[in-house]
Design a protein around this ligand. Structure first.
Ligand code: GZL
Length: 307
């Protein structure tokens, strides 16, 4: 007779996993891709976490739908990167009524709705804008005309990076922002906007470009080169994020300063979710600490950059 097989005793049922629903904006930039990878990898490597991930393809209504689905699925925690600051009151009130805590990641919502989320994990965008302006002032020697490529209209990262930069530039009367337009945090759109500006009357006399993220800066660099000018020397360029391609552009002399904005928020997100479920009190803002990179400092940092 066949030897009796010793059936493995069923593994003890895992303690219930912590179920986190995450509504991601989309895949508009290298930074966004790095953030998605960080969140998905952190969850994959943590057996106590179940991640329900939704990509909204840049549409707020898709984020709202995803949050409603998470509520229906009775997830433990809802997390999201809100594409814009407004329009969240109804759906986040539904989450509150369902007693599901909400964690904001990398973008914030209107201050008037701050009772509708537990914590914001992300950067100080006003400070990033100020740091970008200080670098630009230095690169221009205190005078010149600037083009500003803004992020997604209504996104907290764009609103605050603009505020931080423009308020700092106002202290320098010989520096003028001659054109400010959204490139939607996207490389192709940033390039198209820069091409059009270079062809316009203002475009004849530009000494600097401030881009709210590296992807639009890299698009602008292409447009400047195609217009026969030298990015990084004829036109100084300052951007925010710190993706590897921006460090490589600094090394190639085509970009002058990048202000780092940390996308590797997976570990902080899931730690905050666990702390919440353990009944711990979270700070209202879990702030990312970041650096500013130019010249040799950027070149030396390049080999160690993780995104
Ligand atoms: C910043 C994030 C921004 C990045 C862009 O926290 O919201 O969105 O700077 C991304 O690259 O599109």
């Amino acid at each position: 007779a066949a030897p009796a097989t010793t059936k493995e005793a069923p593994a003890p049922t895992d303690n219930k996993k912590l179920v986190v629903g995450f509504s991601q904006i989309g895949a508009e930039s290298g930074w966004r891709g790095a953030e998605t990878a960080s969140i998905q990898e952190t969850a994959k490597n943590d057996p106590t976490i179940e991640l329900k991930f939704s990509d909204a393809q840049q549409k707020q209504e898709n984020q709202i739908k995803a949050i409603r689905t998470f509520i229906a699925q009775k997830v433990d925690v809802i997390a999201m990167a809100p594409v814009v600051e407004t329009g969240w009151e109804a759906v986040l009130t539904e989450a509150k009524n369902a007693k599901i805590p909400v964690i904001l990641v990398d973008r914030n919502i209107d201050k008037k709705n701050e009772d509708l989320y537990t914590t914001f994990i992300g950067s100080d965008f006003v400070l990033e804008g100020q740091n970008a302006a200080k670098a630009m002032v230095e690169h221009l020697g205190g005078k010149g005309n600037i083009v500003e490529l803004e992020g997604t209209v209504g996104a907290s990262a764009a609103v605050d990076r603009k505020k931080g930069f423009d308020d700092e530039i106002k202290k320098h009367p010989d520096i003028k922002i001659v054109k400010s337009q959204s490139g939607d945090f996207n490389r192709a759109t940033g390039k198209q906007v820069m091409e059009a500006i270079l062809k316009s009357p203002e475009g004849k006399n530009i000494q600097g470009v401030y881009a709210h993220n590296d992807d639009m800066a890299l698009g602008a660099i292409q447009a400047i080169e195609e217009a026969g000018k030298k990015p990084g020397s004829d036109i100084k360029i300052v951007s925010i994020d710190g993706i590897k391609e921006a460090f490589e552009a600094i090394k190639a002399g085509k970009l002058n300063t990048v202000v780092e904005c940390n996308p590797l928020l997976g570990p902080q997100l899931f730690q905050a979710a666990k702390d919440l479920k353990a009944g711990k009190q979270l700070d209202k803002w879990i702030k990312s600490n970041e650096e500013v990179f130019s010249g040799q400092k950027a070149i030396d940092a390049l080999p160690n950059r993780k995104y």
